[in-house]
Design a protein around this ligand. Structure first.
Ligand SMILES: CC(C)(COP(=O)(O)OP(=O)(O)OC[C@H]1O[C@@H](n2cnc3c(N)ncnc32)[C@H](O)[C@@H]1OP(=O)(O)O)[C@@H](O)C(=O)NCCC(=O)NCCS
Length: 170
């Protein structure tokens, strides 16, 4: 509370931060594809992300409060294939206790600005669960628009939920 937020790119030394972050989200069983991770698997994931960042195929911005990783936004190029290399997929999460204070919006704006510059992309896409109005509102505020919906794409907490697809031209 009232703590200074730091927004920055990740490094190898963020492994334990990302491990606690993903395991906290997985434990919450919220709207993202988060599974409990071992340190070994998380290291492999982070090494892969850092390599993709160096190649300008990914941008990641994390939010840190008092040394704790509390939010992350990633933008990953769809593929190197020339017909889609201008297109990237957007993902974001903030730990429960830290939501509703502007961290998600700041992370998203910083990541989008950085991706536009570093990756030279012209299109962002994402998918969001239909029962997640908070994320949808943030995405609309950022300029994303819905372009489709797959009925009953998820089985979540005992019910089928639609998947909404959104895009933003840069
Ligand atoms: C979606 C998420 C990243 C938003 O991050 P956040 O830090 O809570 O968002 P912010 O505080 O920056 O709010 C930004 C905007 O989001 C929307 N929003 C945030 N909290 C909201 C709430 N409780 N109800 C409705 N809209 C809300 C609003 O549009 C808000 O802008 P406004 O305050 O000007 O209206 C965060 O809620 C989260 O991590 N949720 C769980 C994981 C998830 O759903 N990830 C996205 C999967 S597609």
């Amino acid at each position: 509370m009232g703590e200074e937020m730091i927004y920055r790119g990740p490094t190898k030394s963020d492994l334990d931060g990302y491990l606690s972050f993903i395991n906290e989200l997985a434990g919450e069983n919220t709207y993202i594809k988060a599974e409990k991770q071992t340190r070994k698997k998380e290291r492999k994931w982070l090494d892969g992300q850092l390599k993709a960042i160096r190649k300008r195929d990914t941008v990641m911005v994390l939010a840190e409060a008092g040394g704790k990783l509390v939010g992350n936004c990633g933008i990953a190029r769809r593929a190197a294939y020339r017909r889609v290399r201008h297109s990237a997929v957007f993902g974001i999460s903030v730990l429960k206790k830290w939501r509703g204070r502007g961290i998600g919006e700041t992370l998203a704006r910083k990541a989008i600005a950085r991706a536009k510059k570093r990756m030279k992309i012209g299109l962002l896409t994402l998918s969001v669960m239909a029962n997640n109005p908070v994320a949808q509102k943030l995405y609309r505020k950022l300029g994303f628009r819905e372009f489709g919906r797959c009925p009953k794409a998820f089985w979540f907490k005992g019910k089928y939920v639609d998947e909404i697809y959104m895009y933003k031209s840069l």
